[in-house]
Design a protein around this ligand. Structure first.
Ligand SMILES: *Cc1c(COP(=O)(O)O)cnc(C)c1O
Length: 450
């Protein structure tokens, strides 16, 4: 259900209201990938229009004043909200089964906003140690400078070890459904239960699984984030992020823990987000009216349009990414030049059972493995590839690979690398949508050349 929130999703909420019948007919994730979020009226554009406008026109100053006071719905400046972005956010909201969503300029911005919306200087966050290198840096270095402290726990910790990581000032728990690049599968239920025992929400970065393969809200997560740059866009064309709220976390149960949501915001004439926008709208409205207003990390309408094109085929592409990755993983597992392989779709993989529970239809197209001979052999192997390109990117229609220890994770020392599940010989292979026979032949010749 989309709450009628004054500041957020006004266009999306209106169209969803007009189309309740249509919405309830869209039960399948495939239908929502194609048609979710946007219902054109009679004679309106079939495709989501690109509203390439920084500003919006009003007849009276009074009309505009109401927007600034969060008393009326509407757009006024694209640093905070743009209709194209909101329609695409509404689609992702529908895919995840949330109550409100916002697009951001990047996945980094999404994770920063999701945490900073509830954690201030002096607060603490529990995070899984197996996370994206950029997110680790954001937390352990940049947000630490802002006075927020983090305790990193192993993805394989017990409930007791997880409990021990909490402090009285803990405000959230953070993890990735499938960790990039370690490919650990998060025990979402266990992390959600621990978070809730301590009165805080679980934030899950669902980038690698996408809502096609896992919907963390169904397992107890409260907030979901995405780097839409990856599978959602899927074509390496636009950097972006998204935050979705399940609307289920009760910020008012221990209101002193979340004063930003439960006490008056003086910068908006004393609005109390939970009172005005309800549990379904408070988190995203606050993130928009404070963080987007002050930091302005909004996605461009052009990028949101491209993202939506990606979303329209997400369900078809994810299936093929998983099918190709499974074939590649099975090939690599048997190869004499491969020291080890990590792919949760392989029986015997450390995360196979957990993946069967949380990702029964497939995980993602990313496979990690070590080339026999370590760092040097990994580099030689990558150089010999003809189809797979060396890129920082991942989760793209084109197969690409990366050596994290010398690229995305190079700021980490060996100990930090190990905690993040990244060994020095790890090659991250993002299996694309090409012919799996071609991909396997390419990998084979490159491995043989080492
Ligand atoms: C890439 C990535 C991010 C960062 O997203 P950007 O769009 O590059 O800012 C965050 N989390 C995960 C899991 C990622 O793979």
């Amino acid at each position: 259900m989309m709450e009628k929130s004054a500041a957020r999703l006004c266009l999306a909420a209106d169209t969803e209201q007009k189309s309740q019948e249509r919405k309830s007919a869209m039960t399948g994730i495939e239908t929502r990938c194609i048609q979710g979020g946007y219902t054109p009226g009679n004679g309106e554009p079939r495709q989501i229009p690109i509203i390439q406008s920084t500003t919006f026109k009003y007849d009276t100053s009074e009309d505009m004043g109401k927007l600034f006071d969060l008393e009326a719905s509407g757009y006024f400046y694209s640093r905070l909200q743009n209709p194209t972005c909101d329609l695409v956010a509404a689609k992702i909201c529908s895919l995840e089964g949330g109550t409100a969503a916002m697009l951001t300029s990047s996945g980094q911005a999404a994770n920063f906003y999701a945490v900073f919306n509830i954690a201030n200087a002096g607060d603490h966050v529990v995070a899984c140690s197996a996370i994206y290198g950029g997110t680790y840096n954001l937390f352990a270095v940049t947000m630490k400078k802002m006075g927020i402290s983090f305790t990193f726990v192993s993805p394989d910790c017990t409930a007791e070890e997880l409990d021990a990581a909490f402090q009285p000032n803990t405000k959230a728990v953070f993890g990735e459904t499938i960790a990039n690049p370690a490919l650990c599968v998060l025990d979402i239920e266990m992390f959600a239960e621990a978070a809730h025992r301590h009165g805080v929400p679980l934030i899950v970065d669902n980038t690698f699984a996408t809502p096609v393969n896992c919907r963390p809200f169904e397992w107890g997560a409260d907030i979901v984030t995405h780097s839409t740059t990856k599978y959602m866009d899927g074509h390496g064309s636009a950097v972006g992020g998204c935050i979705v709220d399940s609307g289920r976390f009760d910020w008012t149960a221990e209101p002193d823990k979340f004063p930003g949501l439960t006490t008056p915001d003086e910068s908006y004439h004393g609005v109390v987000y939970t009172e005005r926008f309800g549990l379904g709208g408070a988190f995203i409205t606050k993130a928009t009216s404070q963080l987007m207003r002050d930091f302005g990390s909004i996605q461009s309408p052009q990028s949101a349009f491209l993202l939506n094109l990606g979303l329209e085929s997400l369900h078809v592409r994810m299936q093929r990414h998983c099918e190709n990755a499974q074939a590649v993983a099975e090939f690599l597992q048997k190869h004499e030049k491969v020291a080890w392989i990590s792919y949760c779709g392989l029986p015997g993989d450390k995360y196979y059972e957990r993946a069967r529970k949380y990702l029964p239809n497939g995980s993602c197209g990313v496979v990690s493995f070590g080339v026999r001979g370590g760092r040097k052999a990994a580099e030689a192997f990558m150089k010999a590839l003809k189809i797979a390109a060396i890129e920082t990117h991942v989760a793209d229609a084109r197969t690409c690979c990366l050596h994290p220890a010398s690229a995305t994770h190079r700021q980490m020392n060996d100990e930090e690398l190990r905690a993040a599940g990244v060994s020095p010989d790890l090659v991250r292979l993002s299996v694309g949508l090409e012919s799996k026979e071609d991909l396997i032949a390419d990998l084979d010749q490159a491995l043989r050349s080492v």
